[in-house]
Every structure is written in C-alpha cells, then in structure tokens.
Design a protein around this ligand. Structure first.
Ligand code: SF4
Length: 124
C-alpha cells in the first residue's frame, strides 16, 4: 500500500475539491484545472503527490499535473526505460545486430513496436 503521510502538508486541504476533479477539459473545467495547478505550484509536497498519483493512476489534478499529463510522463518513463535496457544489453555484449537479437526482434508482436513508436512520438 502506498503511504500518504505527505497529505498532512498538502496545500489543497482548505481548497474546494471540485477544483481538483474537473469534469471535462474545456471551459469551466479548464479554469478549475488551472486554479488547482496554481495551488499545487505553492505546495511543499508536490513531488511526493505526483509520485503517488503516477503509481496510483488517479484522475484529477495531483502534483500539479492533470491525468493526461501524467499519462504522458508514464509513456516517456517507459520509453526511457526501454532505451536504458537496450543500451545495457548492448554493453553486456548482446549487440542488437547479433543473430539472437535479430531473431528475438522478429518474433516480437506488432503491439510492442506500436507502443514503442507511440512512446517515442510522445517523447518528442
Ligand atoms: S501537489 Fe497539489 S494536489 Fe498534491 S497535495 Fe499539493 S496541492 Fe494537493
């Protein structure tokens, strides 16, 4: 279970919860999201809050980010992890151009290569 002790220092405890859980992304919802992010910008536990939200997969504004921004951060982190893993495998002597690597790449399902492309485009 994820600890939420940091909530005791949260800057949003006296704010209207509706600001942090807007319905939609336009009009009043966009204004609420912007107002919530302003509160987050002053919060001393913003980093802990964002880390928690990234793990918990919550909706709404947490750690100064909306759900879409956190999804983007997760995709970028997955892409960075994939790049680090590939570099690590290369430094271990398992070059991507080696026979075994070529055969494992060709057996990968299309889904993973689409995910990698998606993560790569999100990272740019
Ligand atoms: S970062 Fe924002 S949502 Fe998180 S505890 Fe602070 S004010 Fe609340």
């Amino acid at each position: 279970m994820l600890s939420m002790e940091w909530l005791e220092k949260a800057a949003c405890t006296e704010e209207d919860p509706e600001l942090f859980f807007p319905v939609g992304t336009a009009g009043p919802a966009a204004r609420d999201t912007a107002a919530a992010k302003e509160v987050c910008a002053q919060c001393e536990v913003r980093v802990q809050c964002l880390a928690w939200a990234l793990k918990a997969g919550e909706s709404g504004v947490w750690g100064g980010t909306c759900a879409e921004e956190r999804a983007d951060l997760r995709r970028k982190a997955q892409w960075s992890h994939a790049v680090r893993s590939a570099r690590s495998a290369r430094s271990d002597g398992s070059s991507p151009s080696s026979r075994s690597d070529r055969s494992s790449r060709s057996s990968r399902p299309d889904r993973s290569s689409r995910s990698a492309r998606s993560a790569r485009s999100a990272a740019t």
